[in-house]
Design a protein around this ligand. Structure first.
Ligand code: GDP
Ligand code: MG
Length: 597
Protein backbone atom coordinates (compact mmCIF):
# COMPACT_ATOMS: atom_id res chain seq x y z
CA UNK A 1 0.00 0.00 0.00
CA UNK A 2 1.04 3.54 -0.77
CA UNK A 3 2.32 5.01 2.50
CA UNK A 4 0.28 8.19 2.04
CA UNK A 5 -2.86 6.04 2.28
CA UNK A 6 -1.97 4.56 5.67
CA UNK A 7 -2.77 6.02 9.10
CA UNK A 8 -1.70 4.38 12.35
CA UNK A 9 -3.34 5.63 15.49
CA UNK A 10 -4.06 4.80 19.13
CA UNK A 11 -7.06 5.77 21.17
CA UNK A 12 -6.13 7.19 24.53
CA UNK A 13 -8.58 8.07 27.27
CA UNK A 14 -9.18 8.05 30.96
CA UNK A 15 -11.00 4.90 32.00
CA UNK A 16 -14.72 4.89 31.11
CA UNK A 17 -14.50 7.86 28.79
CA UNK A 18 -15.50 5.63 25.88
CA UNK A 19 -12.38 4.23 24.24
CA UNK A 20 -13.76 0.73 23.67
CA UNK A 21 -17.14 1.98 22.53
CA UNK A 22 -15.52 4.30 19.99
CA UNK A 23 -13.27 1.48 18.74
CA UNK A 24 -16.34 -0.70 18.20
CA UNK A 25 -18.09 2.07 16.28
CA UNK A 26 -15.07 2.67 14.04
CA UNK A 27 -14.83 -1.05 13.27
CA UNK A 28 -18.55 -1.19 12.59
CA UNK A 29 -18.50 1.87 10.34
CA UNK A 30 -15.67 0.48 8.21
CA UNK A 31 -16.94 -3.09 8.31
CA UNK A 32 -19.17 -2.96 5.25
CA UNK A 33 -16.37 -1.91 2.95
CA UNK A 34 -14.08 -4.44 4.47
CA UNK A 35 -16.35 -7.37 3.65
CA UNK A 36 -16.56 -6.43 -0.04
CA UNK A 37 -12.96 -5.55 -0.64
CA UNK A 38 -11.07 -8.09 1.31
CA UNK A 39 -10.73 -11.50 -0.23
CA UNK A 40 -8.08 -12.77 2.11
CA UNK A 41 -8.94 -16.07 3.68
CA UNK A 42 -9.72 -16.59 7.28
CA UNK A 43 -6.99 -18.37 9.14
CA UNK A 44 -7.54 -22.07 9.72
CA UNK A 45 -8.97 -23.50 12.94
CA UNK A 46 -10.45 -20.28 14.04
CA UNK A 47 -13.33 -20.77 16.44
CA UNK A 48 -15.59 -18.79 18.71
CA UNK A 49 -13.48 -19.36 21.74
CA UNK A 50 -10.42 -17.99 20.15
CA UNK A 51 -12.36 -15.11 18.81
CA UNK A 52 -13.19 -14.30 22.38
CA UNK A 53 -9.50 -14.52 23.19
CA UNK A 54 -8.83 -12.04 20.43
CA UNK A 55 -11.16 -9.44 21.78
CA UNK A 56 -9.24 -9.63 25.02
CA UNK A 57 -5.86 -9.50 23.40
CA UNK A 58 -6.17 -8.17 19.83
CA UNK A 59 -4.59 -4.82 20.07
CA UNK A 60 -4.64 -3.79 16.50
CA UNK A 61 -7.37 -3.72 13.93
CA UNK A 62 -6.96 -2.88 10.27
CA UNK A 63 -9.84 -0.90 8.80
CA UNK A 64 -10.36 0.13 5.23
CA UNK A 65 -12.00 3.51 5.09
CA UNK A 66 -13.51 5.02 1.99
CA UNK A 67 -12.90 8.69 2.65
CA UNK A 68 -14.83 11.65 1.30
CA UNK A 69 -11.86 12.50 -0.96
CA UNK A 70 -12.70 9.33 -2.91
CA UNK A 71 -9.61 7.42 -1.74
CA UNK A 72 -9.54 4.26 0.36
CA UNK A 73 -7.30 4.44 3.38
CA UNK A 74 -5.79 1.69 5.47
CA UNK A 75 -6.34 2.65 9.10
CA UNK A 76 -4.55 0.68 11.77
CA UNK A 77 -6.18 1.13 15.12
CA UNK A 78 -3.84 0.27 17.93
CA UNK A 79 -5.52 -0.41 21.20
CA UNK A 80 -3.57 0.15 24.35
CA UNK A 81 -2.86 -3.29 25.82
CA UNK A 82 -5.95 -4.63 27.50
CA UNK A 83 -5.12 -5.69 30.97
CA UNK A 84 -2.94 -2.98 32.44
CA UNK A 85 -4.22 0.52 32.50
CA UNK A 86 -1.02 2.06 33.70
CA UNK A 87 1.17 4.38 31.78
CA UNK A 88 4.17 2.15 31.12
CA UNK A 89 2.05 -0.28 29.17
CA UNK A 90 0.64 2.44 26.97
CA UNK A 91 4.03 3.49 25.66
CA UNK A 92 4.53 0.37 23.57
CA UNK A 93 1.36 0.95 21.57
CA UNK A 94 2.23 4.57 21.10
CA UNK A 95 5.64 3.65 19.71
CA UNK A 96 3.89 1.82 16.89
CA UNK A 97 1.76 4.77 15.72
CA UNK A 98 2.07 8.29 14.43
CA UNK A 99 -1.03 9.75 16.02
CA UNK A 100 -3.60 9.51 18.79
CA UNK A 101 -7.28 10.13 19.25
CA UNK A 102 -7.67 11.70 22.65
CA UNK A 103 -11.13 10.78 23.90
CA UNK A 104 -12.52 12.98 26.64
CA UNK A 105 -15.92 12.44 28.22
CA UNK A 106 -17.71 15.76 27.66
CA UNK A 107 -19.69 15.33 30.86
CA UNK A 108 -16.62 14.63 33.00
CA UNK A 109 -13.73 16.53 31.52
CA UNK A 110 -10.00 16.00 31.73
CA UNK A 111 -8.89 13.40 34.31
CA UNK A 112 -5.52 12.32 35.64
CA UNK A 113 -5.06 9.53 33.14
CA UNK A 114 -6.13 11.75 30.27
CA UNK A 115 -3.21 13.93 31.15
CA UNK A 116 -0.73 11.11 31.72
CA UNK A 117 -1.65 9.57 28.37
CA UNK A 118 -1.31 12.86 26.55
CA UNK A 119 2.18 13.42 27.94
CA UNK A 120 3.17 10.00 26.70
CA UNK A 121 1.66 10.60 23.28
CA UNK A 122 3.58 13.86 23.04
CA UNK A 123 6.74 12.02 24.11
CA UNK A 124 6.16 9.64 21.24
CA UNK A 125 5.87 12.66 18.88
CA UNK A 126 2.26 11.98 18.17
CA UNK A 127 -0.15 14.25 16.40
CA UNK A 128 -3.23 14.37 18.66
CA UNK A 129 -6.87 14.80 17.64
CA UNK A 130 -9.15 15.64 20.59
CA UNK A 131 -12.50 13.86 20.50
CA UNK A 132 -15.29 14.95 22.82
CA UNK A 133 -17.43 11.93 23.56
CA UNK A 134 -20.85 11.47 25.17
CA UNK A 135 -22.29 14.72 23.79
CA UNK A 136 -25.67 12.94 23.97
CA UNK A 137 -25.65 13.26 27.75
CA UNK A 138 -27.56 16.21 29.24
CA UNK A 139 -24.58 16.85 31.52
CA UNK A 140 -22.21 17.25 28.56
CA UNK A 141 -20.56 20.66 28.62
CA UNK A 142 -18.59 20.88 25.42
CA UNK A 143 -17.36 24.44 25.88
CA UNK A 144 -16.12 23.91 29.41
CA UNK A 145 -14.25 20.74 28.45
CA UNK A 146 -12.72 22.44 25.41
CA UNK A 147 -11.41 25.19 27.65
CA UNK A 148 -10.04 22.55 29.99
CA UNK A 149 -8.25 20.75 27.19
CA UNK A 150 -6.68 24.03 26.14
CA UNK A 151 -5.78 25.21 29.65
CA UNK A 152 -4.68 21.97 31.26
CA UNK A 153 -3.21 20.12 28.32
CA UNK A 154 -2.32 23.01 26.05
CA UNK A 155 -3.88 21.45 22.97
CA UNK A 156 -5.92 23.44 20.50
CA UNK A 157 -9.47 22.16 21.01
CA UNK A 158 -11.26 24.47 18.57
CA UNK A 159 -11.61 21.69 16.04
CA UNK A 160 -12.19 18.86 18.50
CA UNK A 161 -14.53 16.26 17.04
CA UNK A 162 -17.81 16.12 18.94
CA UNK A 163 -19.33 12.67 19.02
CA UNK A 164 -21.46 10.15 20.79
CA UNK A 165 -19.83 6.76 20.54
CA UNK A 166 -22.95 5.30 22.07
CA UNK A 167 -25.47 6.59 19.53
CA UNK A 168 -22.98 6.60 16.64
CA UNK A 169 -23.21 10.37 16.16
CA UNK A 170 -20.44 11.80 13.95
CA UNK A 171 -18.26 8.66 13.76
CA UNK A 172 -17.51 9.66 10.19
CA UNK A 173 -16.18 12.95 11.53
CA UNK A 174 -13.63 11.01 13.54
CA UNK A 175 -12.56 8.99 10.50
CA UNK A 176 -12.22 12.12 8.37
CA UNK A 177 -10.12 13.75 11.08
CA UNK A 178 -7.83 10.72 11.20
CA UNK A 179 -7.27 10.91 7.47
CA UNK A 180 -6.91 14.68 7.29
CA UNK A 181 -5.03 15.49 10.48
CA UNK A 182 -2.85 12.51 11.38
CA UNK A 183 0.42 12.02 9.50
CA UNK A 184 1.08 9.01 7.32
CA UNK A 185 3.96 6.71 8.29
CA UNK A 186 7.40 6.92 6.73
CA UNK A 187 9.53 3.95 5.69
CA UNK A 188 11.53 2.33 2.92
CA UNK A 189 10.35 -0.92 1.35
CA UNK A 190 13.76 -1.54 -0.24
CA UNK A 191 15.73 -1.15 3.01
CA UNK A 192 16.64 -4.12 5.25
CA UNK A 193 13.73 -5.29 7.38
CA UNK A 194 13.09 -3.57 10.69
CA UNK A 195 9.89 -4.56 12.48
CA UNK A 196 9.10 -3.66 16.06
CA UNK A 197 7.68 -6.30 18.42
CA UNK A 198 4.84 -4.40 20.02
CA UNK A 199 3.47 -7.28 22.04
CA UNK A 200 3.40 -11.04 22.09
CA UNK A 201 1.22 -13.62 23.71
CA UNK A 202 0.76 -17.34 23.82
CA UNK A 203 -2.00 -18.97 21.83
CA UNK A 204 -2.72 -22.63 22.48
CA UNK A 205 -3.14 -23.33 18.74
CA UNK A 206 -0.62 -21.09 17.06
CA UNK A 207 2.12 -20.83 19.67
CA UNK A 208 3.45 -17.37 20.38
CA UNK A 209 1.74 -14.66 18.35
CA UNK A 210 3.84 -11.58 17.75
CA UNK A 211 2.23 -8.23 17.13
CA UNK A 212 4.46 -6.15 14.86
CA UNK A 213 4.81 -2.77 13.27
CA UNK A 214 6.99 -2.73 10.18
CA UNK A 215 9.17 0.36 9.83
CA UNK A 216 11.40 -0.63 6.89
CA UNK A 217 11.52 -3.55 4.48
CA UNK A 218 8.91 -6.30 4.33
CA UNK A 219 7.77 -9.25 6.42
CA UNK A 220 6.89 -12.22 4.22
CA UNK A 221 5.57 -15.72 4.69
CA UNK A 222 8.44 -18.25 4.79
CA UNK A 223 11.03 -15.56 5.42
CA UNK A 224 13.95 -16.38 7.71
CA UNK A 225 14.07 -13.69 10.36
CA UNK A 226 16.35 -12.82 13.24
CA UNK A 227 15.35 -11.34 16.61
CA UNK A 228 18.02 -8.75 17.19
CA UNK A 229 18.07 -8.75 21.00
CA UNK A 230 18.24 -12.51 21.48
CA UNK A 231 19.95 -13.42 18.19
CA UNK A 232 17.46 -16.24 17.63
CA UNK A 233 16.47 -17.04 14.04
CA UNK A 234 13.14 -18.43 12.87
CA UNK A 235 11.10 -18.98 9.76
CA UNK A 236 7.81 -17.12 9.65
CA UNK A 237 4.95 -19.57 9.27
CA UNK A 238 2.13 -17.05 9.39
CA UNK A 239 1.78 -13.42 8.47
CA UNK A 240 -1.53 -11.74 9.04
CA UNK A 241 -3.67 -8.86 10.14
CA UNK A 242 -6.58 -8.45 12.53
CA UNK A 243 -9.85 -7.24 11.05
CA UNK A 244 -10.44 -7.92 14.07
CA UNK A 245 -10.51 -11.56 13.00
CA UNK A 246 -7.13 -13.02 12.11
CA UNK A 247 -6.73 -12.87 8.35
CA UNK A 248 -3.69 -14.17 6.48
CA UNK A 249 -1.79 -11.83 4.14
CA UNK A 250 1.40 -12.62 2.21
CA UNK A 251 3.34 -9.61 3.35
CA UNK A 252 3.44 -6.60 5.63
CA UNK A 253 5.21 -3.55 4.29
CA UNK A 254 6.53 -0.32 5.82
CA UNK A 255 4.01 1.50 7.95
CA UNK A 256 1.83 -1.59 8.32
CA UNK A 257 0.85 -3.48 11.45
CA UNK A 258 -0.10 -7.08 11.86
CA UNK A 259 1.06 -10.33 13.37
CA UNK A 260 3.47 -13.13 12.63
CA UNK A 261 4.01 -16.58 14.09
CA UNK A 262 7.11 -18.74 13.83
CA UNK A 263 6.50 -21.94 15.83
CA UNK A 264 7.74 -20.26 19.00
CA UNK A 265 6.79 -21.97 22.25
CA UNK A 266 8.21 -19.65 24.86
CA UNK A 267 7.03 -16.08 25.03
CA UNK A 268 10.31 -15.02 26.60
CA UNK A 269 12.00 -15.55 23.23
CA UNK A 270 9.98 -12.67 21.82
CA UNK A 271 11.00 -9.67 23.82
CA UNK A 272 8.55 -6.85 23.52
CA UNK A 273 10.40 -3.85 22.08
CA UNK A 274 12.87 -6.01 20.16
CA UNK A 275 13.45 -5.59 16.43
CA UNK A 276 12.86 -8.34 13.87
CA UNK A 277 15.18 -8.24 10.88
CA UNK A 278 15.87 -10.49 7.90
CA UNK A 279 18.52 -13.18 8.26
CA UNK A 280 19.73 -12.72 4.66
CA UNK A 281 20.08 -8.97 4.95
CA UNK A 282 20.48 -7.79 8.51
CA UNK A 283 19.50 -4.29 9.53
CA UNK A 284 22.43 -2.24 10.77
CA UNK A 285 20.83 -1.52 14.10
CA UNK A 286 17.64 -2.24 16.00
CA UNK A 287 14.81 0.28 16.34
CA UNK A 288 14.79 2.43 19.43
CA UNK A 289 12.19 0.21 21.11
CA UNK A 290 10.99 1.33 24.48
CA UNK A 291 11.87 1.16 28.10
CA UNK A 292 11.35 -2.29 29.58
CA UNK A 293 8.64 -2.62 32.18
CA UNK A 294 10.16 -3.32 35.57
CA UNK A 295 8.08 -4.64 38.44
CA UNK A 296 7.87 -2.09 41.24
CA UNK A 297 5.45 -3.72 43.65
CA UNK A 298 5.96 -7.17 45.16
CA UNK A 299 3.81 -9.37 47.32
CA UNK A 300 3.53 -12.98 48.35
CA UNK A 301 0.73 -15.11 46.94
CA UNK A 302 -0.04 -18.26 48.91
CA UNK A 303 -2.72 -20.85 48.30
CA UNK A 304 -5.31 -20.78 51.07
CA UNK A 305 -5.30 -24.56 50.82
CA UNK A 306 -1.73 -25.93 50.81
CA UNK A 307 -2.85 -28.71 48.45
CA UNK A 308 -3.34 -26.06 45.75
CA UNK A 309 0.35 -25.18 45.55
CA UNK A 310 1.00 -27.01 42.26
CA UNK A 311 -2.20 -25.65 40.78
CA UNK A 312 -1.07 -22.15 41.71
CA UNK A 313 2.37 -22.74 40.16
CA UNK A 314 0.68 -23.93 36.98
CA UNK A 315 -1.67 -20.98 36.86
CA UNK A 316 1.08 -18.45 37.43
CA UNK A 317 3.01 -20.05 34.59
CA UNK A 318 0.04 -19.65 32.28
CA UNK A 319 -0.48 -16.03 33.25
CA UNK A 320 3.20 -15.23 32.81
CA UNK A 321 3.08 -16.55 29.26
CA UNK A 322 0.48 -13.93 28.50
CA UNK A 323 2.12 -11.22 30.46
CA UNK A 324 5.89 -10.95 30.22
CA UNK A 325 5.95 -8.11 32.73
CA UNK A 326 4.70 -10.34 35.52
CA UNK A 327 7.40 -12.09 37.60
CA UNK A 328 7.28 -14.79 40.23
CA UNK A 329 9.50 -17.13 42.21
CA UNK A 330 8.84 -19.61 45.00
CA UNK A 331 8.79 -18.39 48.55
CA UNK A 332 8.15 -20.11 51.83
CA UNK A 333 6.74 -18.60 54.95
CA UNK A 334 6.41 -20.08 58.42
CA UNK A 335 2.92 -18.66 58.61
CA UNK A 336 1.61 -19.39 55.16
CA UNK A 337 3.61 -22.36 53.94
CA UNK A 338 4.75 -22.56 50.32
CA UNK A 339 3.81 -19.88 47.87
CA UNK A 340 5.25 -17.35 45.45
CA UNK A 341 6.84 -13.94 45.60
CA UNK A 342 5.38 -11.99 42.70
CA UNK A 343 6.39 -8.73 41.03
CA UNK A 344 3.95 -6.33 39.42
CA UNK A 345 4.08 -3.14 37.38
CA UNK A 346 1.78 -1.41 39.81
CA UNK A 347 -1.14 -1.90 42.11
CA UNK A 348 -3.70 -2.25 39.37
CA UNK A 349 -1.57 -4.95 37.81
CA UNK A 350 -1.41 -6.72 41.17
CA UNK A 351 -5.15 -6.55 41.61
CA UNK A 352 -5.84 -7.80 38.13
CA UNK A 353 -3.49 -10.78 38.41
CA UNK A 354 -4.98 -11.64 41.78
CA UNK A 355 -8.47 -11.42 40.39
CA UNK A 356 -7.64 -13.51 37.34
CA UNK A 357 -6.11 -16.22 39.51
CA UNK A 358 -9.21 -16.36 41.63
CA UNK A 359 -11.71 -16.13 38.82
CA UNK A 360 -10.13 -17.94 35.90
CA UNK A 361 -8.17 -20.52 37.86
CA UNK A 362 -10.56 -20.89 40.77
CA UNK A 363 -7.87 -20.35 43.38
CA UNK A 364 -8.36 -19.17 46.91
CA UNK A 365 -5.40 -16.97 47.73
CA UNK A 366 -3.73 -15.26 50.63
CA UNK A 367 -1.90 -12.13 49.63
CA UNK A 368 0.76 -10.65 51.87
CA UNK A 369 1.17 -6.91 52.29
CA UNK A 370 2.45 -5.37 49.05
CA UNK A 371 5.98 -4.08 49.32
CA UNK A 372 8.06 -1.87 47.10
CA UNK A 373 11.70 -2.56 46.23
CA UNK A 374 14.08 -1.04 48.76
CA UNK A 375 17.76 -0.43 48.18
CA UNK A 376 19.89 -1.41 51.13
CA UNK A 377 23.23 0.33 51.28
CA UNK A 378 25.35 -1.95 53.44
CA UNK A 379 28.22 -0.85 55.62
CA UNK A 380 30.57 -3.02 53.53
CA UNK A 381 29.77 -0.93 50.48
CA UNK A 382 27.45 -3.38 48.70
CA UNK A 383 23.92 -2.50 47.65
CA UNK A 384 21.13 -5.03 48.03
CA UNK A 385 17.67 -4.86 46.48
CA UNK A 386 15.06 -6.09 48.88
CA UNK A 387 11.72 -7.32 47.57
CA UNK A 388 10.49 -8.95 50.74
CA UNK A 389 10.47 -7.53 54.26
CA UNK A 390 11.23 -11.02 55.55
CA UNK A 391 14.66 -10.75 53.89
CA UNK A 392 15.68 -7.65 55.80
CA UNK A 393 19.37 -7.96 56.71
CA UNK A 394 20.70 -7.38 60.19
CA UNK A 395 20.26 -3.67 60.92
CA UNK A 396 23.81 -3.19 62.20
CA UNK A 397 25.06 -4.11 58.72
CA UNK A 398 22.90 -1.49 57.01
CA UNK A 399 24.32 1.95 56.44
CA UNK A 400 21.15 3.46 55.03
CA UNK A 401 18.04 2.51 53.06
CA UNK A 402 16.56 4.14 49.98
CA UNK A 403 12.93 3.87 48.90
CA UNK A 404 11.19 4.63 45.60
CA UNK A 405 9.31 7.92 45.19
CA UNK A 406 6.62 8.69 42.68
CA UNK A 407 5.25 11.83 41.14
CA UNK A 408 1.47 11.72 41.33
CA UNK A 409 -1.10 13.81 39.52
CA UNK A 410 -4.49 14.02 41.18
CA UNK A 411 -7.49 15.77 39.65
CA UNK A 412 -10.57 16.47 41.70
CA UNK A 413 -13.49 18.84 42.28
CA UNK A 414 -12.08 21.51 44.59
CA UNK A 415 -14.60 20.90 47.39
CA UNK A 416 -12.66 17.74 48.28
CA UNK A 417 -9.29 19.45 48.16
CA UNK A 418 -8.87 19.82 51.94
CA UNK A 419 -9.32 16.12 52.62
CA UNK A 420 -7.01 15.08 49.83
CA UNK A 421 -4.28 17.50 50.91
CA UNK A 422 -4.49 16.05 54.41
CA UNK A 423 -4.21 12.52 53.04
CA UNK A 424 -1.12 13.41 50.99
CA UNK A 425 0.51 15.08 53.98
CA UNK A 426 -0.24 12.10 56.20
CA UNK A 427 1.51 9.94 53.61
CA UNK A 428 4.70 12.03 53.72
CA UNK A 429 3.84 13.76 50.45
CA UNK A 430 5.56 16.87 49.15
CA UNK A 431 3.35 19.24 47.23
CA UNK A 432 4.81 20.28 43.90
CA UNK A 433 1.94 22.10 42.27
CA UNK A 434 -1.69 23.08 42.69
CA UNK A 435 -3.72 24.67 39.90
CA UNK A 436 -7.40 25.21 39.21
CA UNK A 437 -9.18 24.69 35.94
CA UNK A 438 -12.90 25.08 35.51
CA UNK A 439 -13.95 24.11 39.03
CA UNK A 440 -11.41 21.32 39.24
CA UNK A 441 -8.13 21.26 41.06
CA UNK A 442 -5.02 19.65 39.70
CA UNK A 443 -2.58 18.55 42.36
CA UNK A 444 0.94 17.35 41.75
CA UNK A 445 2.61 15.54 44.63
CA UNK A 446 5.77 13.64 45.26
CA UNK A 447 5.04 10.63 47.45
CA UNK A 448 6.94 7.62 48.73
CA UNK A 449 5.56 4.62 46.84
CA UNK A 450 5.37 2.58 50.02
CA UNK A 451 2.76 4.99 51.38
CA UNK A 452 0.69 4.51 48.24
CA UNK A 453 0.71 0.74 47.90
CA UNK A 454 -1.58 -0.10 50.80
CA UNK A 455 -4.73 1.85 50.48
CA UNK A 456 -3.97 5.30 49.11
CA UNK A 457 -6.20 4.88 46.12
CA UNK A 458 -9.14 3.58 48.17
CA UNK A 459 -8.78 6.44 50.63
CA UNK A 460 -8.56 8.97 47.83
CA UNK A 461 -11.73 7.61 46.27
CA UNK A 462 -13.64 7.63 49.53
CA UNK A 463 -12.52 11.12 50.53
CA UNK A 464 -13.54 12.49 47.14
CA UNK A 465 -16.65 10.32 46.82
CA UNK A 466 -15.19 8.74 43.75
CA UNK A 467 -14.55 12.01 41.94
CA UNK A 468 -10.76 12.17 42.21
CA UNK A 469 -8.60 10.57 39.56
CA UNK A 470 -5.03 9.56 40.13
CA UNK A 471 -2.02 8.67 38.06
CA UNK A 472 1.66 8.33 38.85
CA UNK A 473 5.09 7.53 37.54
CA UNK A 474 8.27 6.52 39.28
CA UNK A 475 10.64 9.39 40.01
CA UNK A 476 13.63 7.68 41.61
CA UNK A 477 15.09 6.57 44.93
CA UNK A 478 15.57 8.66 48.04
CA UNK A 479 16.96 7.91 51.44
CA UNK A 480 14.37 7.30 54.15
CA UNK A 481 14.32 6.48 57.85
CA UNK A 482 12.86 3.03 57.33
CA UNK A 483 12.53 0.21 59.78
CA UNK A 484 11.24 -3.33 59.79
CA UNK A 485 8.21 -3.79 61.97
CA UNK A 486 7.58 -7.34 63.20
CA UNK A 487 4.35 -8.67 64.60
CA UNK A 488 4.53 -11.18 67.45
CA UNK A 489 1.61 -13.36 68.43
CA UNK A 490 2.09 -15.01 71.79
CA UNK A 491 5.76 -13.99 71.54
CA UNK A 492 6.20 -15.76 68.17
CA UNK A 493 7.08 -13.56 65.19
CA UNK A 494 4.68 -13.99 62.26
CA UNK A 495 6.75 -13.38 59.13
CA UNK A 496 3.83 -12.83 56.78
CA UNK A 497 2.79 -9.79 58.78
CA UNK A 498 6.15 -8.06 58.96
CA UNK A 499 6.56 -4.91 56.92
CA UNK A 500 8.93 -2.07 56.19
CA UNK A 501 7.58 1.25 57.44
CA UNK A 502 8.82 4.77 57.90
CA UNK A 503 9.83 5.30 61.51
CA UNK A 504 7.32 8.12 61.87
CA UNK A 505 4.47 5.80 60.79
CA UNK A 506 5.57 2.72 62.71
CA UNK A 507 3.65 3.31 65.91
CA UNK A 508 0.43 4.20 64.15
CA UNK A 509 0.62 1.21 61.81
CA UNK A 510 1.69 -1.10 64.62
CA UNK A 511 -1.20 -0.08 66.81
CA UNK A 512 -3.65 -0.43 63.96
CA UNK A 513 -2.42 -3.90 63.11
CA UNK A 514 -2.49 -5.11 66.74
CA UNK A 515 -6.01 -3.78 67.23
CA UNK A 516 -7.18 -5.58 64.15
CA UNK A 517 -5.55 -8.84 65.03
CA UNK A 518 -7.13 -8.67 68.43
CA UNK A 519 -10.53 -8.81 66.79
CA UNK A 520 -9.54 -11.33 64.16
CA UNK A 521 -7.84 -14.01 66.22
CA UNK A 522 -10.35 -16.10 68.15
CA UNK A 523 -10.00 -16.45 71.90
CA UNK A 524 -8.08 -19.39 73.27
CA UNK A 525 -8.08 -20.91 76.73
CA UNK A 526 -5.15 -18.66 77.65
CA UNK A 527 -4.27 -15.00 77.26
CA UNK A 528 -2.58 -14.08 73.97
CA UNK A 529 -0.37 -11.00 73.73
CA UNK A 530 -0.10 -9.39 70.31
CA UNK A 531 2.84 -7.07 69.84
CA UNK A 532 4.34 -4.88 67.17
CA UNK A 533 8.08 -4.43 67.51
CA UNK A 534 11.01 -2.75 65.90
CA UNK A 535 13.94 -4.98 66.69
CA UNK A 536 13.57 -5.80 70.38
CA UNK A 537 11.54 -2.70 71.12
CA UNK A 538 7.80 -3.21 71.44
CA UNK A 539 5.89 -0.23 70.00
CA UNK A 540 2.31 -1.47 70.32
CA UNK A 541 0.55 -4.15 72.26
CA UNK A 542 -2.89 -5.71 72.64
CA UNK A 543 -4.04 -8.73 74.59
CA UNK A 544 -6.70 -11.23 73.69
CA UNK A 545 -8.39 -12.31 76.89
CA UNK A 546 -8.67 -15.99 77.74
CA UNK A 547 -11.85 -17.81 76.88
CA UNK A 548 -14.10 -18.40 79.87
CA UNK A 549 -15.83 -21.74 80.39
CA UNK A 550 -19.32 -20.23 80.52
CA UNK A 551 -18.86 -18.75 77.08
CA UNK A 552 -18.43 -22.27 75.78
CA UNK A 553 -21.48 -23.43 77.66
CA UNK A 554 -23.62 -20.82 75.95
CA UNK A 555 -23.00 -22.47 72.62
CA UNK A 556 -25.04 -25.48 73.62
CA UNK A 557 -28.77 -25.81 73.34
CA UNK A 558 -30.94 -23.89 70.92
CA UNK A 559 -31.93 -24.57 67.34
CA UNK A 560 -30.49 -27.85 66.14
CA UNK A 561 -29.97 -26.89 62.50
CA UNK A 562 -28.25 -23.72 63.52
CA UNK A 563 -25.97 -25.75 65.71
CA UNK A 564 -25.20 -28.13 62.86
CA UNK A 565 -24.32 -25.16 60.66
CA UNK A 566 -22.10 -23.81 63.35
CA UNK A 567 -20.33 -27.13 63.70
CA UNK A 568 -19.81 -27.42 59.94
CA UNK A 569 -18.49 -23.91 59.89
CA UNK A 570 -16.07 -24.72 62.64
CA UNK A 571 -14.88 -27.79 60.79
CA UNK A 572 -14.40 -25.75 57.64
CA UNK A 573 -12.69 -23.07 59.69
CA UNK A 574 -10.37 -25.59 61.28
CA UNK A 575 -8.84 -26.39 57.91
CA UNK A 576 -8.07 -22.76 57.37
CA UNK A 577 -6.29 -22.21 60.62
CA UNK A 578 -2.57 -21.77 60.91
CA UNK A 579 -0.79 -22.89 64.00
CA UNK A 580 1.67 -20.54 65.69
CA UNK A 581 3.14 -22.14 68.72
CA UNK A 582 0.05 -22.61 70.83
CA UNK A 583 -2.07 -20.18 68.85
CA UNK A 584 -4.29 -20.87 65.87
CA UNK A 585 -4.75 -17.93 63.53
CA UNK A 586 -7.49 -18.10 60.89
CA UNK A 587 -6.23 -17.35 57.41
CA UNK A 588 -8.88 -14.75 56.95
CA UNK A 589 -7.11 -12.81 59.70
CA UNK A 590 -4.05 -12.32 57.52
CA UNK A 591 -6.03 -10.90 54.69
CA UNK A 592 -8.13 -8.67 56.89
CA UNK A 593 -5.19 -7.49 58.97
CA UNK A 594 -3.25 -6.44 55.92
CA UNK A 595 -6.07 -4.41 54.45
CA UNK A 596 -4.71 -1.22 55.91
CA UNK A 597 -6.69 1.93 56.13
P1 GDP B 1 -13.36 2.85 28.18
O1 GDP B 1 -13.08 2.45 29.59
O2 GDP B 1 -12.74 4.15 27.84
O3 GDP B 1 -13.07 1.78 27.18
O4 GDP B 1 -14.93 3.14 28.13
P2 GDP B 1 -16.11 2.29 27.51
O5 GDP B 1 -16.10 2.36 26.03
O6 GDP B 1 -16.12 0.95 28.13
O7 GDP B 1 -17.36 3.15 28.01
C1 GDP B 1 -17.62 3.36 29.38
C2 GDP B 1 -19.10 3.58 29.57
O8 GDP B 1 -19.53 4.78 28.93
C3 GDP B 1 -19.95 2.47 29.00
O9 GDP B 1 -21.02 2.23 29.88
C4 GDP B 1 -20.45 3.04 27.68
O10 GDP B 1 -21.68 2.50 27.30
C5 GDP B 1 -20.59 4.50 28.02
N1 GDP B 1 -20.44 5.36 26.83
C6 GDP B 1 -19.45 5.31 25.92
N2 GDP B 1 -19.65 6.26 24.98
C7 GDP B 1 -20.78 6.90 25.31
C8 GDP B 1 -21.53 7.98 24.72
O11 GDP B 1 -21.18 8.54 23.70
N3 GDP B 1 -22.64 8.37 25.39
C9 GDP B 1 -23.07 7.78 26.54
N4 GDP B 1 -24.18 8.26 27.09
N5 GDP B 1 -22.41 6.78 27.09
C10 GDP B 1 -21.29 6.33 26.50
MG1 MG C 1 -12.41 -0.18 27.60
Amino acid sequence: TDLSKIRNFSIIAHIDHGKSTLADRLIEFCGAIEARDMKAQLLDNMDIERERGITIKAQTVRLNYNAKDGETYQLNLMDTPGHVDFAYEVSRSLAACEGSLLVVDASQGVEAQTLANVYQALDANHEIVPVLNKVDLPAADVDRVKTQIEDVIGLDASDAVEISAKTGLNIEGVLEAIVARLPSPKGDREAPLQALIVDSWYDAYLGVIILVRVFNGELKLGQKVRFMATGATRELDRVGIFTPKKVAVDRLGPGEMGFVTAAIKDIRDTKVGDTITEERRLAEKPLAGFKPSIPVVFCGLFPADAADFEHLRDSLGKLALNDASFQYETESSAALGFGFRCGFLGLLHLEIIQERLEREFDLDLITTAPSVVYKMFMTDGTVLEMHNPADMPDVVKIDHIEEPWIKATIMLPDEYLGGVLALCTERRGIQVDLTYVGGRAMLVYELPLNEVVFDFYDRLKSISRGYASFDYHLEGYREGDLVKMSILVNAEPVDALSMIVHRSQAEYRGRQLCERLKDLIPRHLFKIPIQAAIGAKVIARETIAALRKDVLAKCYGGDISRKRKLLDKQKEGKKRMRQFGEVEIPQSAFIAALKMG
